[in-house]
Design a protein around this ligand. Structure first.
Ligand code: AMP
Ligand code: MG
Length: 355
């Protein structure tokens, strides 16, 4: 398949005209990858079963992992969901457009393939101007998982999508960096109190300020969740770089000492090592390590949004450099840190040392 890459700069006049063709392709059953504020998404017309099937094929996504349906107008919810739960309105008013996905009872309009046969549907209204304009122009709800090969780190730049999906989709829209950097928060509002099925761009604390009572998502000790999780996607090893990954948790000095010790051993045997640090801890590592390892900072612990924003890009950068082992510091599980730790633990396949 020939994949067309369309670069869109939202500062240009009439930029949205550049989306006309992609919108037409979406409407008529094609696959279009596009930027959202969380990560890049791979979209298809959610009401077209064959088009949605093609998403699963292009990504190699297991068919029991349902998709999020993206809309550009809250009015579309009534077509997709039956008996919208009471809490929905306050959540939509506060967090839409934005990185919050609501799980609601599904309507008969939504094909089985979108929900993987569940009786609920996941709906989100993204805030990214390109995502929003594209969905509006297409005039259909757009099913869109992250635009990566299943299992790999999610894409935050068009080049990540190109790496994974070139030749497998009709269009890739390059709209620059996906700022939030982690996926949306998935919130089940079919139960009382609502339950976070996947931590993401909207934090537990933000949801509590609107809902009062919310059940947070436990930080898993391992990547594999036991039993049948309510959000099927959470059971897979996910977001994983090619390298083996190890998380080290503890006081910053101890963590740096442990990672340095292990890195030296790896360096001596010629293994390519990547170390994931933060701006505040970078100086705790021996200068000599900087010559034998690839060291990347996720950003500043004082602004945890930067940690989320850079996470997947750093994991992909290690892969690009041929790193074989990645060692990473952990981060506080407050605010967006919940989502960052969730992704780190899954990327590491639950491989964590607690000092
Ligand atoms: P992705 O689009 O790749 O970021 O993944 C979407 C996430 O939403 C996965 O973890 C899915 O399991 C979850 N999801 C989608 N639809 C539902 C649903 N109806 N009920 C529960 N979780 C869902
Ligand atoms: Mg995904």
């Amino acid at each position: 398949m020939r994949t067309q890459i369309i670069k869109v700069d939202t500062n240009a006049t009439d930029w949205d005209k550049q989306l006309d063709q992609a919108a037409e392709i979406l409407r008529s059953g094609g696959l279009v990858a596009f930027p959202t504020e969380t990560v890049y998404g791979l979209g298809a017309n959610a009401l077209d079963e064959t088009a949605v099937e093609a998403i699963y094929r292009a990504k190699g996504r297991p068919s029991d992992n349902p998709l999020i349906v993206h809309i550009a107008d809250t009015a579309a919810v009534k077509d997709l969901a039956d008996n919208t739960p009471q809490t929905a309105q306050a959540l939509m008013d506060t967090f839409w457009p934005g990185p919050l996905t609501l799980i609601m009872p599904r309507s008969s309009l939504v094909p089985d393939i979108v929900t993987a046969g569940l009786d609920t549907v996941a709906v989100r209204m993204p805030s990214h101007p390109i995502a929003s304009a594209l969905i509006k122009k297409a005039g259909v709800p757009v099913a869109a998982p992250s635009a990566n090969s299943s299992g790999k780190p999610s894409p935050t730049l068009a080049k990540h999508v190109i790496e994974d999906l070139m030749g497998k989709v009709d269009v890739i829209i390059d709209g620059g960096n996906a700022e939030v950097g982690v996926e949306s928060t998935v919130l089940d509002i079919t139960v009382t109190p609502p339950v976070i099925l996947r931590p993401g761009g909207v934090t537990l604390e933000q949801l509590q300020s609107v809902l009062g009572d919310v059940v947070g998502s436990p930080v898993p000790d391992t990547a594999e969740m036991p039993g049948t999780p309510k959000s099927p996607g959470m059971k897979y090893r996910h977001y994983s770089p090619k390298a083996m990954m190890l998380l080290v948790e503890g006081a910053p000095e101890q963590v740096a000492a442990e990672i340095s010790k292990r890195a030296e051993l790896y360096c001596r045997e010629g293994t390519a090592v990547g170390i994931l640090v933060t701006d505040e801890t970078a100086a705790l590592y021996e200068p000599s390590l900087y010559s034998c390892c690839k060291v990347l900072s996720l950003g500043s612990r004082k602004d945890p949004n930067t940690l989320a924003s850079n996470l997947f890009r750093c994991l992909r950068e290690f892969d690009e450099k041929g790193v074989e082992v990645i060692m990473a510091e952990t981060t506080d599980v407050k605010g967006i840190g919940q989502a960052v730790m969730n992704r780190l633990i899954k990327a590491a396949g639950g491989n964590i040392i607690k000092l």
